[in-house]
Design a protein around this ligand. Structure first.
Ligand SMILES: Cc1cc2nc3c(=O)[nH]c(=O)nc-3n(C[C@H](O)[C@H](O)[C@H](O)COP(=O)(O)OP(=O)(O)OC[C@H]3O[C@@H](n4cnc5c(N)ncnc54)[C@H](O)[C@@H]3O)c2cc1C
Length: 556
């Protein structure tokens, strides 16, 4: 039973205004939940010189669509020269091309199937997404972002969480109280540590250096067809280059401390090696990142949750870090909102860890597997030979790269095939359909993402309720008994109809879908009342639970 709060500063405090904290703030704010975001950054996203994620995947775009951001992200991307998604493996930008993954990332290596999603993988910097999220949050009256405020301490109480915070520039101190706290405060998360949540795995698996630079000469020298990334396979350079092509980012893998000092003192030889000949370049920044293999032991401790890099840390190989964090937000946002607003029970919140941590562990393992397959592995001695030995060595390198690196650039199974198991998912005994990284098989088995289809009004995803459960009937079905059960249980239920042809993919006449687009239950007859309650963490035999009264939130 939720407590009644009379003196809360907000329903939820979020530490961290990276993409994950901001997405959660917008999601909760849209549900009428009051939120305070504390962010230790002093300059905001447009002030960061070191670029990180430069792409958002299909599943994360589906979440952005739910938050209403999809049109502006598409408009932004259309104005940028980011369209090519190929990944090329080359000996240098003026050298040989060994192989190319055409239309990479979770697009399929086979001819693309149509209609898997109304969204797609898009190339855009994470800071540009953060700017758009902030703009939308600015339109809400119930979400406050406290810039340059750092969370320093927390007390995880039975009925509320108290946070100690400090204004970094002002020196001012504040004690804030909320029903829940989310740590979206990045890899070094203070929230995670103070909540007593440890990491499993291995930290510090490798030191890596990014050189960000501008060079019109290298643009002109590049003799290869366009690509989103050029991986350099050459005994003298172990890295890849990409970026947004106004600025280049050359990543050097597994650099020792001594070598890093040399790179910092003189980055030019590495840029020349990338180019394959000397080129003029202006270096914008040199920064390092560390490869980790870490997953938090729990994503929840009492009233405290962690999400994004605070919960899972891995190398960027495969481009899954921010995208997985946005998946955490998509899972946690609706659950917290539903519990605070009273249509779900507090037990639902346990399903966040049960559903997201296994996926986080899978992503961490997969990203590290690919981090271990660095380009120098394919740099055979004869690779740059001008004669037949070189031709043979390059053909062999290309073949090995295709064999081994496929799961880094084609991961539709991992991205769209995420399937949850928890107390809030009513299983139907079917074996897990999607367990591969590359191949995705559309299925509506409980826990899976509802396979996409078109309905009369457009994409079925646009019809899924963000504010309750959705019953999808396959063809016209009598859904009166569902409506009555949901009414009795106080669970908002929207009913929509998919075409009868979806019976093959959906595998049942009725599919119950959550706001995050995952299937909670499916069947051919009405759901048992106790199962319906379980999908939202409610006591199977309990009565309607009144919405708690918050000190500050404006609940509907
Ligand atoms: C070189 C590189 C390339 C990458 N490429 C990709 C890619 O292509 N695709 C992808 O999906 N991911 C990529 N990533 C990973 C991605 O950048 C991260 O996963 C993502 O930024 C995580 O978002 P977050 O919101 O969890 O954390 P962060 O972005 O780290 O944000 C955390 C925020 O919390 C704030 N904060 C910290 N401590 C406190 C505190 N005590 N109180 C208040 N605020 C605090 C910080 O100031 C920061 O604003 C890449 C990473 C690197 C290093």
């Amino acid at each position: 039973m939720l407590q009644k709060f009379s003196s809360l500063d907000a329903d939820v405090i979020i530490a961290g205004a990276g993409p994950v904290g901001l997405a959660l703030a917008l999601d909760l704010g849209r549900q009428g939940v009051s939120v305070i975001v504390l962010d230790a950054e002093t300059g905001g996203p447009d002030a960061r010189p070191n670029k990180r994620a430069n792409a958002i995947n299909t599943r994360a775009m589906e979440y952005m669509r739910r938050l209403g951001l999809s049109p502006q992200i598409h408009a932004f991307v259309a104005s940028e020269p980011y369209l090519v998604r190929d990944v090329a493996f080359v000996t240098s930008l003026t050298g040989h091309e060994l192989t190319r993954f055409v239309d990479a990332f979770e697009s399929s290596p086979e001819p693309p199937e149509s209609g898997l999603s109304p969204e797609e993988y898009l190339r855009i910097d994470q800071d540009d997404i953060a700017i758009m999220l902030r703009r939308e949050i600015g339109r809400l009256g119930n979400v406050t972002i406290r810039e340059a405020w750092r969370l320093d301490g927390l007390t995880n109480g039975d009925a509320s969480v108290t946070v100690e915070a400090q204004g970094i520039l002002s020196g001012e101190r504040a004690s804030l109280r909320a029903a829940y706290l989310i740590g979206a405060d990045g890899g070094a998360s203070t929230v995670r540590r103070q909540a007593g949540i440890g990491f499993d795995g291995e930290g510090g698996r490798g030191n890596n250096v990014n050189i960000t630079f501008v060079s019109p000469e290298i643009d002109a020298a590049n003799r290869h067809p366009e690509a989103a990334m050029f991986w350099i396979v050459n005994p003298r350079l172990n890295g890849f280059a990409g970026g947004n092509f106004r600025t280049w980012r050359l990543t050097l893998f597994a650099v020792s401390e001594e070598d890093e000092a040399q790179v910092r003192a003189n980055p030019q030889p590495h840029i020349d090696e990338l180019a394959g000949r000397p080129v003029a370049a202006e270096v914008v920044s040199i920064d390092r990142w560390t490869a980790h293999h870490l997953v938090a032991r729990n994503y929840r401790a009492g009233r405290v949750f962690i999400a994004g890099d605070a919960a899972h840390l891995h190398p960027p190989t495969g481009g899954l870090g921010m995208n997985t964090g946005l998946g955490d937000a998509s899972n946690l946002g609706w659950k917290l909102g539903a519990v605070i607003r009273g249509w779900a029970g507090p037990a639902l919140l346990d399903s966040y860890d049960a559903e997201r941590r296994p996926h986080g562990a899978r992503v961490v393992a997969q990203s590290n597997h690919q981090y271990n397959l660095r380009p120098v592995r394919y740099a055979a001695e004869d690779l740059l030979d001008r004669g037949p030995a070189g031709i043979a060595a390059r053909a062999e390198a290309g073949r090995r790269i295709r064999d081994e690196k496929g799961t880094e650039f084609f991961s539709r199974g991992l991205v769209l095939g995420q399937t949850y198991r928890s107390d809030a998912i009513i299983g139907d005994g079917t074996a897990l359909v999607n367990s591969e990284v590359i191949i995705y098989t559309p299925t509506a088995q409980p826990g899976a993402r509802l396979p996409h289809c078109a309905i009369a009004s457009g994409s079925i995803y646009d019809a899924i309720s963000t504010d309750g459960l959705t019953l999808v009937t396959v063809g016209r079905q009598d859904s009166g008994a569902f409506a009555a059960l949901a009414r009795d249980a106080g669970i908002p239920l929207k009913i929509i109809e998919a075409a009868p042809e979806m019976a093959v993919v959906y595998g049942a006449r009725f599919v119950l879908v959550r706001p995050d687009g995952h299937v909670a239950w499916r069947g051919d007859a009405v759901i048992a009342a106790a199962d319906l309650r379980r999908t939202v963490g409610r006591d199977p035999g309990g009565s309607v639970q009144p919405a708690p009264v918050s000190g500050s939130a404006s609940h509907e």
